[in-house]
Ligand binder design. Structure first.
Ligand SMILES: [Zn+2]
Ligand SMILES: [Zn+2]
Length: 200
């Protein structure tokens, strides 16, 4: 663990220290401000953590590059069999897979590091609330439009005698599913609160 004077002490800071990663926060902020997404920055950090773990265990000699390991540990892109195989190989090579998985950071953590630890801001004229409102307006307008189009399509089919319906109401339901925990939430909740699994 680093002392407060060396850094912020958040998870971003502590995994960098633990894995001996040379990172410069000013460059991180610069990349973010120039348009690199937090997701991408997070992916890069996680890949560097994996690479450090692999080279510490001398796994780089083997066939494992960081990409399949990254996919195995953080995404659902590989089949279960492939994932198990990679975990097993890592384990055999002496990598503590559980430890490594839990050391990987979420994009919320990186975002907090940027905003709270570093006090970085993006040069945006709109406040977060204004941006949320704008996002809601965009999506709700589309939702409204989908309802209208669906209704008139049904009416057309009905008046042509192709669809057999009485009075109908069309409801467009929008759900956002968190792929980390599987929780489903409304769009408004997703925009306002995020998922509760990320609030730690
Ligand atoms: Zn931090
Ligand atoms: Zn979640």
């Amino acid at each position: 663990m680093t002392g407060k004077e060396d850094g912020c002490g958040c998870k971003v800071e502590s995994v960098r220290t633990d894995y001996g990663l040379q990172y410069r926060d000013d460059q991180l902020v610069q990349k973010w401000q120039s348009g690199v997404s937090v997701r991408k920055l997070t992916e890069n950090l996680n890949k560097d953590i994996i690479e450090a773990a692999l080279s510490a265990a001398n796994v780089t000699q083997h066939q494992w590059s960081r990409s399949p390991v990254y996919e195995a540990l953080t995404t659902d892109e590989l089949s279960e069999a492939e994932e198990i195989e990679i975990r097993r190989e890592l384990d055999r090579a002496g990598v503590d897979v559980e430890q490594l998985s839990s050391d990987l950071v979420s994009h919320q953590t990186v975002y907090r590091h940027l905003k709270q630890c570093l006090g970085a801001t993006k040069d945006d004229s709109q406040t977060p609330d204004e941006r949320r409102q704008k996002a809601k307006d965009t999506v709700f307008a589309l939702q409204q439009r989908l309802e209208t189009v669906t209704e008139s399509t049904l009416e057309t089919l009905q008046s042509a005698g192709i669809a057999d319906l009485g009075e109908t109401d069309v409801l467009v339901d929008l759900n956002v599913v968190c792929s980390d925990c599987g929780r489903s939430m409304g769009f408004e909740t997703a925009v306002r609160d995020g998922c509760s699994c990320n609030n730690t």
